[in-house]
Ligand binder design. Structure first.
Ligand SMILES: N[C@@H](CCC(=O)N[C@@H](CS)C(=O)NCC(=O)O)C(=O)O
Length: 236
């Protein structure tokens, strides 16, 4: 039986943009595990009740409910040790933990000015009041005041990625010659603004831009085939 993953979706169920759900889908692909996703909206909290919390990614594997992207990655390696490892040794796990935390505490906050208002535009109407109230409470400003100066917001975003950009100048991936969970953490995080912003956010002609293209091409290029607001608009 494939793993079932609750995956955050926009009003259009094909638009999947959660930075944490991306990390989990990339981890599942790395391990070569079959999974199916259920499009989940912020207010669909009842569906997650058996997990005892109300956030995604949440998955069900053989009747076991597991949530939180980092815990899921650890669970997958523990449960499927014969599949390609996400954390082949203690060093790679430590590096991945650092990169995962850097994404949570720096890259993600630096992406908010670009992404949050655009997320509001594409979510289901039933989610809008919850999203506005929770984000305005957390950020302390009305959504309309976020990222008004797009150029400044983009500059901050790009500048904040500098540690990865200089590393990728002479390494194919953050984990070295092959991608590791730290690469999935950063790629998943960047797929958030990449998916919801009307203008591209990744500078193609940069080390990180070339790494982003390599990440896009992994596993048969399945991520590149996933919709963004830009190609959904073009398809209309
Ligand atoms: N630490 C968690 C964070 C999960 C999280 O914040 N998920 C968001 C979607 S990106 C969510 O479900 N939010 C629910 C809400 O805001 O009500 C992880 O790594 O999975």
């Amino acid at each position: 039986m494939p793993i079932t993953l609750y995956d955050l979706a926009g009003a259009n169920p094909d638009l999947r943009f959660s930075p944490y759900c991306w990390r989990t889908k990339l981890a599942l692909k790395h391990k070569g595990l079959d999974y199916e996703t259920i499009p989940w909206r912020f207010t669909d909290t009842a569906a997650l009740a058996p997990s005892g919390q109300s956030k995604v990614p949440t998955l069900i594997d053989n009747g076991r409910w597991v949530h939180d992207s980092w815990s899921i990655a650890l669970y997958l390696d523990e449960t499927y040790p014969s599949k390609p490892k996400l954390f082949p040794d203690a060093q790679s796990r430590t590096l991945a933990k650092f990169l995962n935390s850097w994404c949570d505490w720096s890259v993600l906050p630096n992406s908010r000015a670009l992404a949050v208002r655009n997320v509001f535009k594409i979510i289901h109407d039933k989610d809008k009041a919850h999203f506005r109230a929770s984000r305005e409470k957390a950020l302390g400003v009305p959504l309309e005041q976020l990222g008004l100066d797009r150029e400044a917001a983009h500059k901050t975003f790009v500048q904040g990625l500098k540690p990865a950009d200089v590393t990728l100048a002479d390494h194919a991936f953050l984990h070295g010659a092959e991608p590791g969970y730290g690469d999935y953490a950063l790629f998943g995080t960047l797929l958030w603004p990449h998916t919801v912003c009307p203008e591209p956010v990744i500078v193609e002609d940069s080390h990180i831009g070339r790494w982003f293209a390599r990440m896009m091409a992994l596993n048969g290029g399945w991520v590149a085939a996933c919709p963004t607001v830009r190609n959904l608009a073009a398809a209309k």
